[in-house]
Design a protein around this ligand. Sequence first.
Ligand code: NAD
Length: 513
Amino acid sequence: AEQFKMQEALEILGIKPINDGSSTGSEWFSNGELIESYSPVDGQLIGKVRTTTKEDYERVMEKATTAFKTFRAMPAPQRGEIVRQFGNKLRELKEPLGKLVSYEMGKSLQEGYGEVQEMIDICDFAVGLSRQLNGQVIPSERPGHVMREQWHPIGVVGIISAFNFPVAVWSWNTALAWICGDVCVWKASEKAPLCSVACQNIIADILKANGLPEGISCIVNGDYRVGEMITSDTRIPLVSATGSTRMGRIVGAKVAERFGKSLLELGGNNAIIITPTADLKVVVPGAVFGAVGTCGQRCTSTRRLIIHESVYDKVRDAIVGAYGQIKLGNPLDEKNHVGPLIDTDAVNTYLAAIEKAKAEGGKVLVEGGVLTGEGYESGCYVKPAIIEAENHFEIVQHETFAPILYLMKYNGEVENAIDIQNGVAQGLSSSIMTNSMKEAEKFLSFAGSDCGIANVNIGTSGAEIGGAFGGEKETGGGRESGSDAWKVYMRRQTNTVNYSDQLPLAQGIKFDL
Ligand code: NAD
């Protein structure tokens, strides 16, 4: 019965056995080889997507650059109206799209729906913002002059996304880019390509209904080779790339080489500091959801717990106890907390990380391992593991995109815990569990957490769209979603206007002719 419901969802979303754009009369139709998308949930083939060739890419860019000329001329609040319609359509399609996310990527159904909800939320945010792309008026030092700052659309925005948030990351970028007057070319992860086809089908219908060119939203499909078409393309002034630090290092350099801008959202190595006054009622669900939610495949997943030695045993026992309650299995079944990893390569990386941690002296508190037998045929289901470790272990210094939680102790003052928390190359999300106002404020101060996200008494994972999202150091420095993140999708222009009859120069310079 579940299979039938999934089939129904695929039909509603316009997913065909082979997706090349032609069946929907789409302008992005592609002619390359086929990518097969298998579900990590049950190992079944969901559908195939045709990849984008160099010629297909040129056609897409032609459509995108032409559409930009139309779109940038449309008043921003009218562009907001398109995003409003898109958000409403997502409300209607929340169930089928959430199901597809869960089935193709493997996250729990609740998290699949949550991801679509994030899309809806960013649309609402963007609609309001479409009337607030305000510049400033700046006092001029010259008489009879006025200075102001304007924000103009930047052009074609390239979006390269990771498999783990196969729809939300795209919408964080597009909802803002569209109200800003930009058009988007999206290369989704080759591990979740059908999610991108579904999203494209939804927005293409809306653009068509409004008499707008489909080039406002384009997809290109394939692996890093198609990504490279975007990163090396001088017609794309901004590349927003989400994925591993390894990818970001290459993409950032490639885009910088041609003086493009990049918005990098890369890996994290997120920690929770647990101080002597921490409330266990908050600590346990916060840490456990952070570590095992999405099977440890969130950029904000909790990787490290830094626990004060005076409460270490109590916290450890409570967390280990809670791991015993976690239900693993088909993520489409709402009673399960944790689904599979994305593929068997990810399973091997997980197994190797556990071995490496042991070899470096880690002590396993909750055993990992691969689940076998009925319901686990895809070979992608693993047990969340807990390992007592030290921060300097090489494996702890790296992000392993799987449910492995490292426990470590600190002693003395909170500053010692902050040093450990900051003692990794990544800088995405962090939190402190404490009832001490002084400890909390120290953690949030200039001398505290060095991450882009720093929380008090909530975990590291699960951000709201209202805030700017992103991290420092090897996480890449980019910010997207809320606050003033929209500014990266626009180009700033400073204007000086002279309404006097004289031509005074700045800094009082005399130039008499
Ligand atoms: P990945 O780096 O393997 O791939 C991400 C995307 O980059 C894919 O679309 C891939 O095809 C493309 N890509 C890879 N090499 C490229 C190249 N040389 N040129 C152009 N494109 C290239 O990452 P993944 O396994 O899909 O996702 C997991 C990673 O993403 C984790 O490290 C996670 O922390 C990170 N992530 C970060 C955020 C964030 O907001 N900071 C959000 C989600 C995921």
